[in-house]
Design a protein around this ligand. Structure first.
Ligand SMILES: Nc1ncnc2c1ncn2[C@@H]1O[C@H](COP(=O)(O)OP(=O)(O)OP(=O)(O)O)[C@@H](O)[C@H]1O
Length: 837
C-alpha cells in the first residue's frame, strides 16, 4: 500500500470513529430525554411509558436498524413499544405479554444496544447472558439474535445440553453474548477454567417464571452466585410472569418496572386475540380414537398435540404411523438425542401440513409458523401451562384453534382453574359416529410387535404416574381413572398393575376415615380440602390403627392431641413431597421395574361387541344441522372423514341434551327401525354387534356362514370357545416369554452399566476428578410433569441405550462426542462475529 492510500484509509477510519462517537452521543441524549419524559408521566400518574410506535422512532443504533429492516420489522408490538424504551434506559424489567406477541425482540434489542454502546469487544469477555428453559427455545432465540445483529460485530454463542461440551469450552472465553440453558451453563461455570462471568452487564430470563420455579431453583441460584450483583441490568419476560417477591429478591432486581400488556382486570389479555379455544370431554379409553379421527379429518392442517409424558408421545406417534392417517407425523420429547430434536423442530417449522406429538418441551416459547390447531390430549398441569401450550398457535397476527381433551373427572376442576385466569374455552362435541375406534387396530399391532406392546405398557404407566404426581389433587384423581378400559384402548390385553395406584387408593380411604373421625370428634381448623390433602399424605401411625379399632370414645381427648401433633409433622412432609416431585422430573419411572406388569386377560375372545360403527353412522346421516348448535360439523365429500370441522362458534350449547332428543325425533322411521332391529337381534343373541348377517327372501336373518345341520356337526359353539381359550393361553404364554426376554435384557444392561461404572471409577482414580453439573442438566430440567422411564427403562431398547450413553457422554468432558452437522453449523455461526465475519 503506498503512502497516499494509507493516509486515505486512516482518514476514513477516523471519520468513521467520529461519526460513531457522534451517533452514540446523540443516542445517549435521546435516551435521557425519553427516560425523563417517562419518569415525569409516571409521576403524573400516566400508565403508558412512551408513545412510540415504530422501531425507527427509538434511539437505536444504525446497525441494529439494519438488522431490523432486513427482517422486515417496522412497527413495534405493544410489549416492545412499552418495554424497549425502559430497557434502553437501563431499567430492570418484568415483562408480561401474551404468547406470540414479540417478547424475544423486546429483550434482544436492548442487549445488543447496550453492548454496542459500551463498545464491548472480544477482549471484554461475557457481557450478556440470556437464559432459556429449553434447548429448542435457546436455539430459536439465538437465530433471532443472529438475524437482527447481522450488522454488529459482537460475538454470540449458544450453550445448550446435548452438544459437545469440550468444543463449547474452547470457544466460551471469546463470547460476548451467550444464549444458554441453565444446566449446561452451570456446568461450564463449574468446569471451564477461563469462563469469566464477573463482567456480565445484562441478564435475561426468557420464560422467567419457569426458570425461577422449583425445577430450576438450585441451578439458577448457583448461576446467580457467579454473576455480579451491582451494575447488572436484569430483564425477565414471560406470558405468565412471576411477581413473587421471593423470586425477585433472588435476582437482586433494582426497582424493576412491571410492564404488562394484558388487561389485569378482565384478564382476557392473557390469550392471543385470534385464538378460538375449545374443549371436549372424552373418556380416557376413547382419547386415542378421538385423536386419530381428528387427524384423519384435518389432513390439510398443521397440528401440535401435547401429551404429559414422553412414552405417550412415543406410543401415539409409533402406533399412528402404522395406521397411515395420510399426513406426516412427527414427535418431539426429552428422550430424543439433541440432533434429532433439532431436526424435528426444523422439519415441523418448515411443514405446511403435519402433526407433531410433543411433551411440554414444546409448550413454551417455540415459534412454529402457521400452526392451525393445538390439541391438549392430556390436560395441562395448571392454567399457566394451558396458556403456554395454546400459545403455539395464533401467534403475532395469525389465527388459530385450540382443543383440550378433558376426562369427565377433570372437567370441573380444570375449567375452574382456567376461569381464575380469565380463560374460558368453549365446549364442543365430536359426532360419535365419526369417532373411528382404533382399539382393534392397536390390539393387532401389539400382538405382532413386542416392542410396541412394551411401549404401550410404558405409556400406560407413564400416564397413570403423571396423574398420580399432579399437584392439583382436586382435578387429577388417579383413583378415578378407568384403568382396564384405558389399557384396552392402548391395545393391551389387561391393565399393567401399578403399585402407586394402590397406594393412592389406600391414601384416599385413609383420608375418608380421617375425615369421618374428625367429624365425629370435631376438629379445630382447616377446610375440607386441606384436610383431604393432609390426610392423603399422612403416614398411618400406630395411633391411627389403634383408633380405627374400638376405643375412640374412651381416649378421644388424648387422640385429638395426637392429631394436632401429627398435623404439624404432616405439613413439613408435604413440603418435602413437593420438592421431591420437582426433582423427580428426570428420574421418573425409574421404579417402573418394580411395577409388576401382568396381563390378566388375553386379547383373543375379548373383542368387545362394538355397535357404534354401523348404527350410529346411520343416525348421523339423517342428523340435521341445528340452529341452536354452537359448533356443527361439516359433511365433507368423504362422509367417513367428517369429524369436527368447525363451522360456527357464535352461540351457546345450552341445549345439548335436548339436541340429542331432537336428533332422535328427526331421524327417519326407517333408520330408527333399522337401529332397533339390529339392537334387538343382538340382544336375542343372534349375532354379536358388528357381525355380518344376510337375509333370505322372507326377511329372516342368517349368519354369513351357517351350519347346515348343527346337530350332526356337533357343537360348533363349544369348538369355537375351545379355539378362543387355546388362543388366549397361547397369548398368555407368549406374554410370559416376552417378559422373561425383557428381564434378561435388563439384567444384561445392568451388568454392562456396572462394568462401565467400575471402569470409569478406575479411570477417575487414576486422573484428576471433574466436577459435574447437577442432574437436571440432562433434560434442561424442562419436562414439566413429564415422568419418563429412567435408566432402567432405557435398557429395554437399543435406541434408548444409545440415548443413555449419549447423556452420560455429556458429563465426560475428556471424551469427544461425535459432532453433528446441524449443530455444528450453529456452533460455527456462534463463533462468527455477528457482523457476518
Ligand atoms: N414488531 C414485529 N413485527 C412483526 N412481527 C413480529 C414483531 N415482533 C415479533 N414478531 C413476530 O411475532 C412472532 C412471535 O414472536 P415471539 O416468538 O418473540 O413471541 P413471544 O412473545 O416471545 O411468544 P411466547 O410467549 O410464546 O414465547 C415471531 O414470529 C416474530 O417474528
Amino acid at each position: 500500500m503506498n503512502g497516499k492510500n494509507a493516509s486515505r484509509s486512516r482518514k476514513a477510519r477516523q471519520q468513521k470513529q467520529v461519526s460513531e462517537e457522534d451517533e452514540l452521543a446523540e443516542l445517549e441524549r435521546r435516551t435521557e430525554e425519553m427516560m425523563k419524559a417517562y419518569d415525569e408521566s409516571k409521576k403524573a400518574g400516566s400508565s403508558s411509558s412512551t408513545k412510540l410506535k415504530r422501531f425507527d422512532e427509538l434511539p437505536l443504533t444504525k446497525k441494529t436498524m439494519i438488522g431490523l429492516k432486513k427482517s422486515s420489522y417496522v412497527e413495534m408490538t405493544d410489549i416492545q413499544a412499552k418495554s424497549i424504551p425502559l430497557s434502553l434506559g437501563g431499567r430492570d424489567i418484568l415483562g408480561a405479554a401474551r404468547t406470540g406477541s414479540g417478547k424475544t425482540l423486546a429483550f434482544l434489542i436492548p442487549v445488543i444496544e447496550r453492548l454496542y454502546k459500551e463498545k464491548w469487544g472480544p477482549g471484554d469477555g461475557l457481557g450478556a447472558l440470556i437464559l432459556s428453559p429449553t434447548r429448542e427455545l435457546a436455539i430459536q432465540i439465538f437465530e433471532v439474535l443472529r438475524r437482527i445483529g447481522t450488522a454488529h460485530s459482537i460475538s454470540a454463542g449458544l450453550v445448550i445440553g446435548g452438544k459437545d461440551v469440550t468444543q463449547e469450552k474452547n470457544r466460551l472465553g471469546r463470547m460476548n453474548i451467550l444464549v444458554a440453558t441453565p444446566g449446561r451453563l452451570l456446568q461450564h461455570m463449574d468446569q471451564t477454567v477461563d469462563f469469566d462471568t464477573s463482567n456480565v452487564q445484562m441478564l435475561v430470563l426468557d420464560e422467567a417464571d419457569r426458570c425461577l420455579d422449583m425445577g430450576f431453583q438450585n441451578t439458577i441460584d448457583a448461576i446467580l452466585e457467579n454473576l455480579p450483583k451491582q451494575g447488572r441490568q436484569t430483564l425477565l419476560f414471560s406470558a405468565t410472569q412471576t411477581k413473587r417477591v421471593k423470586d425477585l429478591a433472588r435476582l437482586s432486581l433494582s426497582s424493576p418496572e412491571y410492564v404488562a400488556v394484558h388487561d389485569e382486570d378482565n384478564k382476557k389479555g392473557y390469550m392471543p386475540e385470534n385464538l378460538q379455544q375449545h374443549y371436549m370431554v372424552v373418556p380416557l379409553e376413547q382419547k386415542l380414537s378421538v385423536l386419530f379421527s381428528f387427524i384423519r379429518t384435518h389432513l390439510k392442517s398443521k397440528v401440535l398435540i401435547f401429551f404429559s409424558a414422553c412414552r405417550q408421545v412415543q406410543f401415539a406417534h409409533e402406533s399412528f404411523c402404522r395406521m397411515r392417517p395420510g399426513m406426516p407425523l412427527m414427535c418431539l420429547h426429552g428422550k430424543q438425542k439433541q440432533t434429532k430434536r433439532f431436526d424435528i423442530f426444523n422439519a415441523f417449522t418448515k411443514s405446511q401440513h403435519a402433526v407433531l406429538f410433543a411433551t411440554d418441551v414444546a409448550a413454551r416459547g417455540l415459534d412454529f409458523p402457521r400452526v392451525d390447531w393445538v390439541i391438549q390430549a392430556d390436560a395441562p398441569e395448571d392454567a399457566d401451562t394451558y396458556i403456554h401450550r395454546v400459545g403455539r398457535t395464533a401467534r403475532y397476527n395469525a389465527k388459530g384453534n385450540s382443543l383440550m381433551l378433558l376426562l369427565p373427572s377433570e372437567e370441573k376442576g380444570m375449567l375452574a382453574s382456567l376461569k381464575k385466569k380469565g380463560v374460558e374455552p368453549e365446549m364442543i362435541k365430536a359426532r360419535e359416529n365419526k369417532v373411528q375406534s382404533i382399539n382393534e387396530n392397536l390390539q393387532g399391532f401389539l400382538f405382532k410387535d413386542t416392542e410396541l406392546k412394551y411401549l404401550a405398557q410404558k405409556a400406560f404407566v407413564s400416564y397413570v404416574r403423571s396423574i398420580y404426581l399432579q399437584s392439583d389433587k382436586s382435578t387429577f384423581d388417579v383413583t378415578e381413572l378407568p384403568l382396564e378400559p384405558f389399557a384396552e384402548s392402548l391395545g393391551l390385553a389387561g391393565a399393567p398393575k401399578v403399585k402407586f395406584v394402590k397406594d393412592a387408593q389406600a391414601a384416599k380411604k385413609r383420608a375418608q376415615k380421617l375425615l369421618e373421625k374428625r367429624e365425629r370428634y370435631g376438629k379445630p381448623s382447616g377446610t375440607q380440602e386441606e384436610d383431604e390433602a393432609e390426610a392423603s399424605n399422612k403416614v398411618r401411625t400406630k395411633y391411627d390403627r389403634m383408633f380405627e379399632r374400638k376405643n375412640q370414645g374412651v381416649l378421644s381427648e388424648h387422640y385429638q392431641n395426637l392429631i394436632a401433633d401429627d398435623e404439624e409433622e404432616d405439613s413439613e412432609e408435604e413440603t418435602e413431597t413437593k420438592v421431591a416431585k420437582a426433582e423427580s422430573d428426570d428420574d421418573e419411572e425409574q421404579s417402573s421395574d418394580e411395577e409388576e406388569m401382568t396381563r390378566e386377560q388375553a386379547i383373543a375372545g375379548r373383542r368387545k361387541a362394538d355397535s357404534s360403527d354401523s348404527d350410529s353412522s346411520e343416525e348421523s346421516e339423517s342428523e340435521p344441522e341445528k340452529a341452536s348448535e354452537k359448533i356443527t360439523f361439516d359433511q365433507e365429500q368423504d362422509d367417513e372423514d367428517d369429524f369436527i370441522t368447525l363451522k360456527r362458534a357464535d352461540h351457546t350449547l345450552d341445549g345439548e341434551d335436548s339436541l340429542q332428543t331432537a336428533k332422535e325425533s328427526e331421524l327417519s322411521k326407517r333408520k330408527l327401525q333399522m337401529g332397533t332391529s339390529k339392537k334387538r337381534s343382538a340382544a336375542a343373541g343372534l349375532r354379536g354387534l358388528g357381525e355380518k348377517l344376510t337375509f333370505d327372501d322372507e326377511g329372516n336373518a342368517h349368519r354369513l356362514y351357517e351350519m347346515q345341520d348343527e346337530s350332526t356337526l356337533g357343537d360348533a359353539r363349544s369348538a369355537a370357545q375351545e379355539f378362543v381359550d387355546r388362543e388366549r393361553q397361547a397369548l398368555q404364554q407368549s406374554d410370559v416369554q416376552d417378559k422373561e426376554r425383557v428381564r434378561e435384557a435388563k439384567r444384561e444392561k445392568r451388568i454392562r452399566k456396572r462394568d462401565r461404572e467400575r471402569q470409569e471409577k478406575e479411570g477417575e482414580d487414576a486422573g484428576p476428578t471433574v466436577m459435574l453439573a447437577p442432574e437436571d442438566d440432562r433434560e434442561d430440567g424442562y419436562e414439566t410433569p413429564d415422568f419418563d422411564l429412567g435408566d432402567d427403562d432405557q435398557a429395554e431398547d437399543e435406541s434408548d441405550d444409545e440415548e443413555a450413553a449419549y447423556e452420560q457422554e455429556q458429563y465426560r468432558p475428556n471424551k469427544r462426542m461425535k459432532p453433528t452437522s446441524t449443530l455444528e453449523e450453529d456452533e460455527s455461526l456462534a463463533l462468527r462475529l455477528l457482523g457476518g465475519e
